[in-house]
Design a protein around this ligand. Structure first.
Ligand SMILES: [Zn+2]
Length: 373
């Protein structure tokens, strides 16, 4: 099945504006995807995400598998229906959370044995099982099962981890190819269904990253992600790895850098030709009182805002900035009001989504589409 990905404009530096047609939404890229870990973007209702212009959000396979369980979500009509989200969804592979959250992991060629961080129960994930879970969740985009190589990792460790990721990519693809039409919302075998993206790993070794990208491209995934970044390495290294991999990925398929980044980073990567990004930063930082604004970072807990009647960001037209003052947001935080996390998160998401919107608009302006003669 071919990926419906139309490139509308290309810009100097490699950036491109495109349209990715997914079963539930045509996504304008470059796009930022808010993270909805357990079927919710923490503290923000779905109708608000829609109003902010979120086109696609993430669900975490590991969390949803443990609670409420992928079979329950399948019986409830899939993740879109369960959480009442009509636009696009992407589920991660579960690999990153298995390696970062669970206890007592045991990794073999077959898969990974782990204990739930919720109740200590024992589970075994294989690439086939990770695919089965994601098919049950029924997002628009699923991710191949991978091992996220930790940082720092020496060469031998990165090579071994990559060997596993490559074998698991092949098995993910094979299982997915045989079962991709089993998603609840896909009624006919010819119908458009889920896409599967491969994930480039290789630690911080440029040649391993390149070798991984080349092999994944040969396997013909619907799109390609660069994973294992923002795991503690310096930013220059993140940038270097993205720069090594991007030119090797097919220009006519979507490219996704996972788990990045700060506002200036997502803009930079979009201008290099990254089409999709996700990050917990705007939502997690918001709950700790950190706002991203056109004037830089604002720590709303700071006493200097106690009587500041100005909006969180004078240049932002989000519902929070239109209505509430810095003084009020600071008070909510001091008082431990639940509204605090909600309002801070709504602003930060508006800010991140606004960056991507401006990048898309700038590409139209820089390189207007030819007028029909
Ligand atoms: Zn705002």
């Amino acid at each position: 099945m071919s990926t419906e990905f139309d490139i509308l404009q290309t810009a100097k530096g490699g950036g491109r504006r495109a349209r990715l047609e997914l079963p539930h939404q045509t996504v304008e890229t470059p796009v930022f995807m808010p993270v909805g870990t357990a079927g919710a973007v923490k503290a923000v209702p779905q109708e608000t995400l829609e109003a902010l212009g979120a086109q696609i959000i993430l669900g975490n396979t590991y969390h949803l598998y443990l609670r409420p369980g992928h079979e329950a979500i399948r019986r409830l009509g899939g993740l879109h229906r369960f959480m009442s989200w009509p636009r696009a969804l992407l589920t991660d592979s579960g690999g990153f959370q298995v390696f970062s959250l669970s206890d007592l992991r045991k990794v073999t060629d077959e898969g990974v044995q782990f204990r739930s961080h919720l109740d200590g129960s024992s589970h075994f994930f294989t690439p086939e099982h990770a695919m089965e879970v994601q098919i049950a969740l029924a997002a628009d985009i699923a991710m191949a099962f991978d091992e996220c190589t930790e940082y720092p990792a020496d060469r031998a460790r990165a090579e071994e981890s990559l060997r596993l990721t490559m074998a698991w990519a092949r098995r993910s693809l094979d299982y997915f190819g045989a079962h991709r039409h089993e998603v609840v919302w896909c009624e006919e075998p010819e119908e458009r269904t889920q896409l599967l993206f491969g994930i480039v790993q290789g630690g911080m070794f440029a040649d391993l990253r390149r070798a991984c990208a080349e092999q994944l491209v040969e396997m013909e995934f619907d799109g390609y992600a660069i994973g294992g970044l923002s795991v503690g390495e310096p930013r220059e290294l993140t940038l270097e790895m993205i720069g090594e991999v991007l030119p090797l990925l097919p220009a006519d398929k979507p490219r996704y850098v996972m788990g990045v980044g700060y506002p200036d980073e997502i803009e930079l990567y979009a201008r290099m030709g990254v089409d999709m990004m996700d990050c917990v930063l705007p939502t997690r930082a918001a709950r700790h009182g950190l706002l991203f604004t056109s004037e830089g970072r604002v720590n709303i807990k700071n006493a200097r805002y106690a009587e500041d009647q100005g909006p969180p960001d004078p240049a932002c037209d989000c519902p929070v900035c239109r209505r509430y003052s810095r003084a009020y947001l600071r008070h909510l935080m001091q008082a431990g009001e639940a509204l605090s996390g909600a309002l801070n998160t709504i602003h930060n998401l508006a800010y991140y989504l606004g960056i991507m919107r401006r990048v898309r608009e700038s590409m139209v302006a820089e390189n207007p589409a030819p007028r029909p003669s």
